[in-house]
Write a protein that binds this ligand. Structure first.
Ligand code: SF4
Length: 701
């Protein structure tokens, strides 16, 4: 970029990619964002990663949707067959009036038949206000709770365990708190690629002598900075963590005072852990007893320890158990509620924390208030001036897809989500979407999901909208429009409001700040956080007064549970849903890469990012490749019980010899064709991180 005179205007907003929530200044010239600079937000202090700095120009991509579209009556059968450059055989352009009228009429017809015909997927890419309105649209408009979003595919199991055991689903300490830590555990997370600016704080922590313990079946980038690297067997999290806690119990390294004052169920946990000796667990988790002991002592004897985790922990059928272990480890060592200590699931999407807080989940209203509680529903109905809605927990993302497949859900309103790429066993998800009688997709591009739509509503990118977002640190920040949406595209919240009015709801918002004001009526987490304050401040919830910038650390004086006590919930070893066998002898795991974001709809349209990483790829250990006679760069075939893809392979020594790592951003070799849809019984999150797989050389490649 150039000097301070090479732009017409500058606007402060927040990066649209990951949950770090870096603050940015957008430099605009001739109506387009010309470049992006990091500015001084509490989560980034001026820093940006490659996505934040160079990944912005997707918003000006020619594929942007600029007019409402309606599926043509003579369109070919629904499938992944629409050319974004030539929509003519599938869709025709429509006016907003026609598209909204059709959408509302069809929604009302389905509702009149049975309100449960209709379900909704909202988006962690939209603002808090948009997420709030979306869940209200389904609950008030259809009287049930069948509304969810991609948190189900990301940290739902972590949230389930946190709510169960500490009474709140958000982080107990910001990642910046590593400044006060002596020891840090990073498990099942790859922050160098997925939370790159947070990773810079972790690197600084090691530079000043902090002890870093990295645990992951892949040799992720942070291992280069680690004092201990535990490259454990995939799916063996519980055996490894229980063995570490066994040492803490047997050597009496736990914090008796803390346990006595702030926890319950300790005796049961202690007894449960006795069987998990390092010697017994080593063959299962693949980590030597001596290292398990060393790590246990390091963590337990530190003055302050923080635990970070990612989807390597959560995306298993035992994801909730994995998180329960991490919570127990922090509690038994007294590492919650003091400087430098805590529990921090690194949230993925830029606003997955905020969308969950705003109630975009089937079992909870905003602020994780139960849909099953009559008084809570009455409170919302009062604010909404509305009749009661169902007291049953709604269906989750994967359950909604299954019901659509079975024909029990006939219509969906999908805002900014891409289940045709992001769901496990995506072949099944795509068939389910094709069966819908009505699919309304609101998005900025003709995504893979929009290929299946009946009505497409052109929406706005984050840099075109006004509102608030909440990052992984519980920090609420304003986003502001730097440019206007292209063509006739509109802000998402305005589209939802108009659709709500057209199906007969009593909505009369004229400004997004009115939505925020309504959220404050039922969300105690927003106490003392005002629209005016957010004009100039980032505020970490909870904020205790009108001048308090917010609490970086929570639960120093008790937990939001009965008696103020956190709970130990013992976890047993549950094997992955499918074991490798003769037919599928290896293990596949999926994840992200530094340059690409989730299903790739944005970053693959960002010039710099796509130039750096243009091609679908997977990675395997070079020794294994040699054994199979495969050269790095060759195309190979990957097959699981769900399907098969052909993809270029790279060599990566950091991957175990029986594993394949597959990024999931590439539609031409979609990793989720392969993944298993078996779910964790508590968080209902699919087991993306473990599929039995067969790898084949393509002989004629
Ligand atoms: Fe954006 Fe995350 Fe990178 Fe920050 S670390 S610039 S929020 S992608």
């Amino acid at each position: 970029h150039g000097d301070s005179k090479d732009y017409d205007s500058e606007t402060e907003s927040v990066c649209p990619f990951c949950g770090v929530g870096c603050k940015v200044s957008l430099k605009v010239k001739d109506g387009k964002v010309k470049y992006v600079e990091g500015i001084n937000g509490p989560a980034n202090e001026g820093r940006l990663c490659v996505k934040g700095r160079f990944g912005f120009d997707y918003i000006h991509h020619p594929h942007r949707l600029t007019k409402p579209l309606i599926r043509r009556e003579d369109a070919p059968a629904k499938g992944l067959n629409v050319d974004p450059g030539n929509l003519g055989t599938h869709f025709r352009e429509a006016t907003w009036e026609e598209a909204m009228d059709l959408a509302a009429t069809k929604l009302k017809t389905l509702r009149d038949e049975d309100p449960r015909n209709v379900a909704g997927f909202g988006s962690a890419k939209c603002t808090n206000e948009e997420a709030y309105l979306f869940q209200k649209f389904i609950r008030q408009g259809f009287r049930h709770n069948n509304v969810d979003h991609c948190t189900r595919l990301c940290h739902a199991s972590s949230v389930a365990a946190l709510i169960e055991n500490v009474g709140s689903g958000a982080v107990t300490a910001t990642f910046n708190e590593v400044e006060n830590s002596d020891v840090v555990i990073i498990i099942g997370a790859n922050p160098i690629e997925n939370h790159p600016v947070a990773a810079t704080y972790f690197k600084q922590f090691t530079k000043r002598g902090g002890k870093l313990i990295v645990m992951d079946p892949r040799g992720v980038g942070m291992r280069k900075f680690a004092d201990e690297m535990l490259q454990f067997r995939p799916g063996a999290d519980v055996s490894m963590l229980n063995a570490i806690m066994n040492v803490i119990v047997e050597e009496e390294l736990y914090d008796s005072q803390y346990i006595h004052r702030w926890t319950e169920n300790w005796e049961a946990e202690k007894e449960h852990l006795r069987a998990f000796t390092p010697e017994a667990m080593a063959p299962i988790c693949g980590i030597e007893p001596a290292q398990l002991r060393r790590v246990a002592r390091t963590f337990a004897q530190a003055k302050a320890g923080l635990i970070f985790w990612g989807m390597g922990v959560s995306q298993h059928i035992h994801g909730t158990d994995n998180s329960r272990c991490l919570i127990s480890l922090a509690l038994m060592t007294g590492n919650v509620g003091k400087p430098g200590a805590g529990l921090h699931p690194l949230r993925g999407q830029n606003n997955v924390q905020g969308a969950s807080d705003a109630g975009l989940i089937p079992m909870f209203l905003p602020d994780y208030q139960s849909v099953m509680d009559d008084d809570i529903r009455a409170k919302f109905n009062n604010v909404w001036n509305s009749d009661d809605f169902s007291n049953e927990k709604g269906l989750t993302v994967t359950e909604i897809i299954d019901q659509a497949y079975a024909g029990n859900i006939k219509g969906m309103y999908i805002q900014g989500e891409n289940p045709a790429m992001s769901d496990p066993d995506v072949g099944h998800a795509r068939e389910a979407l094709a069966k819908l009688e009505l699919m309304i997709v609101q998005d900025i591009f003709l995504t893979e999901t929009a290929n299946y739509a009946d009505i497409i509503l052109p929406a706005s990118a984050l840099y075109e909208k006004n509102g608030t977002v909440s990052n992984t640190n519980r920090q609420v920040q304003r986003v502001r429009p730097a440019v206007t949406p292209p063509g006739e595209a509109r802000e998402d919240w305005k589209i939802t409001v108009e659709l709500a009015q057209r199906i007969g709801l009593n909505w009369d918002y004229t400004d997004v700040s009115e939505v925020f004001a309504e959220m404050k009526l039922t969300m105690a987490s927003l106490d003392n956080i005002t629209w005016d304050r957010l004009e100039t401040e980032t505020i970490t919830y909870p904020s205790l007064s009108e001048t308090d910038p917010g609490q970086a650390i929570v639960f120093g004086d008790g937990f939001p549970r009965a008696d103020g006590r956190a709970r130990f919930t013992p976890a047993s070893v549950i094997p992955p849903d499918e074991a490798p066998d003769e037919e599928y002898p290896m293990i596949a795991t999926t994840g992200r890469q530094l340059e690409h974001w989730h299903t790739g709809s944005m970053t693959r349209r960002a010039t710099v990012l796509d130039a750096v990483e243009p091609e679908a790829n997977c990675s395997m250990n070079p020794r294994q490749l040699k054994l199979m006679g495969i050269e790095p760069g060759e195309l190979i075939r990957l097959t699981t019980r769900r399907g098969s893809i052909e993809i270029m392979v790279r060599a990566d020594r950091a991957i175990a010899e029986d594993m394949v790592f597959i990024p999931f951003a590439y539609v031409e070799a979609a990793a989720n064709i392969l993944t298993n849809s078996a779910i964790d019984p508590y968080g209902k999150i699919p087991e993306f991180k473990f599929s039995a797989i067969r790898v084949e050389k393509i002989e004629d490649a």
